[in-house]
Design a protein around this ligand. Structure first.
Ligand code: PA5
Length: 438
């Protein structure tokens, strides 16, 4: 049961014996029905399905505008601050962190420029004060992203950053260092951008925040970090063509992922841990948590999306996963080929007793840890699916983003919810505004 697909493989072997052939047969029709609902635009939330076509409908002119804007900001900045929260933040950060050097901030200037930093994803006073402090003597620009244009966290961060830019450069030059990505006509950010004359990009009406990575929301920050957005879109488009073209359950890995997670949920596995043995995928996991949590957790239903990085978290969460409440399954995001190679050296004294693996690459050891972990977890009652990428590059990440979005929509339909709304997010805002006297 190993499906290979556009540099992405899904292996379902470790879901046995938790899921049987007859379980699979029982959901094939249902999954195909949800797939058809999605593609016929006849399911819940069908006014928000613009993301389905994003990779194939984006024009050359739009891509060029994104690339040119990124080039312009990169040339004049040591730091580009991307301001946004939730769907207006996580996708870009996920792709950038997956691709960039793990210690980029310590590289020499040049290799290091510009740094992309994030703000507006929290209201940490110290975080914001520290950020303003480091920006004081840096050349910087701001990309501010909010679909509604009224979200409190990014609005506060942006007001602070705008003030600093204006103090440093004067109002007119500051305005040339700000790019806004927002709704085409409504919201406070749109009004502000029009008044101040900021360069602006539009978030399409029919694309919700967490499904917007492949729009300017994700693409501009990714281009600002120096990565190839054409390649991301190419990978996403290949995945779009492939997934839309595979109508049968057996040949469509997104249908399989959606179906297997719903089958496991129906058997009491109510928590899914997305795990990876590649630490730079930390924010891909964070992005996935939002995508699935906000899309499915409603009406008293939904798989709880959790995340871990192994082997790090095997030394913290490993005990619980192996032995705690048996309501967990895992999806393991494995990357076959590393960007660099590093061999464990031979040591004459062998006091650390590592010579038995001398000469092996680190990833060889990491892979054995992964295989051993998945077997141990299965033996302990935790089934797992493994999604394998051949390597971490723009194309594969574009494909992965589209894959997870597509599977999420089918999975939400299987659960019987509208995957494209988020009514629950308003509750905290209502209370906060009341307490603030808004
Ligand atoms: O997925 C979503 O819709 C949310 O996570 C939003 O992206 C998030 O709340 C930010 O909203 P906005 O872009 O309107 O500031």
């Amino acid at each position: 049961m190993n499906n290979s697909f556009n540099n992405l493989k899904i292996n379902l072997e470790n879901t046995h014996p938790f899921i049987t052939e007859s379980d699979i047969n029982s959901v094939k029709k249902e999954t195909e029905k949800c797939y058809n609902e999605l593609l016929n635009l006849s399911g819940k939330g069908n006014e928000f399905l613009g993301w389905l076509d994003l990779p194939s409908v984006i024009t050359r002119e739009e891509i060029k505008l994104i690339e040119d804007t990124a080039y312009y900001l990169r040339r004049k900045s040591d730091v580009i601050v991307v301001v946004g929260i939730g769907g207006s933040y996580l996708g870009a950060r996920a792709v950038i962190e997956a691709l960039q050097h793990s210690f980029k901030h310590l590289l020499k200037k040049g290799e290091n420029s510009p740094q992309v930093l994030f703000a507006g994803q929290n209201m940490g006073e110290d975080y914001l004060a520290d950020l303003l402090e480091v920006l004081e003597d840096k050349k910087f620009s701001v990309v501010v992203i909010s679909k509604s244009g009224t979200t409190t966290e990014p609005a506060i961060a942006f007001r602070l950053l705008k003030n600093l830019l204006e103090k440093k450069y004067g109002n007119e030059v500051a305005a040339n260092r700000i790019v806004a990505i927002t709704d085409k006509q409504k919201g406070a950010l749109k009004k502000l951008a029009d008044k101040e004359g900021y360069k602006s990009f539009v978030i399409p009406d029919d694309v919700g925040g967490r499904f917007s990575v492949l729009s300017p929301v994700g693409l501009l920050p990714i281009a600002c970090a120096g990565f190839d957005v054409k390649e991301i879109l190419k990978g996403a488009e290949d995945m779009e063509t492939a997934l839309k073209g595979k109508e049968g359950f057996d040949s469509n890995p997104a249908m399989k992922y959606a179906a297997f997670r719903n089958l496991l949920y129906r058997k009491g596995k109510t928590t899914e841990i997305l795990t990876s043995f590649t630490p730079s995928l930390y924010y891909i996991i964070e992005w996935w948590k939002q995508l699935y949590g906000e899309s499915e957790g409603k009406e008293g239903k939904g798989i709880f999306p959790a995340g871990t990085i192994f082997s790090t978290d095997l030394h913290s969460m490993g005990q619980y996963i192996q032995d705690g409440v048996r309501n967990i399954f895992e999806t393991n995001l494995w990357v076959e080929k590393t960007k660099k190679t590093l061999t464990i050296p031979e040591d004459e004294s062998n006091l650390d007793e590592l010579n038995y693996i001398a000469g092996k690459n680190i990833n060889y050891v990491n892979e054995k840890a992964m295989l051993g972990t998945m077997q141990a977890h299965k033996d302990g009652g935790v089934p797992s699916l493994t999604i394998t990428l051949t390597e971490l590059n723009e194309r594969n990440l574009g494909g992965l983003v589209y894959f997870f979005e597509f599977a999420c929509a089918i999975s939400g339909y299987m659960l019987g919810v509208n995957p494209f709304d988020q009514p629950g997010v308003e509750a905290y805002k209502k209370n906060m505004f009341k307490l603030l006297g808004k």
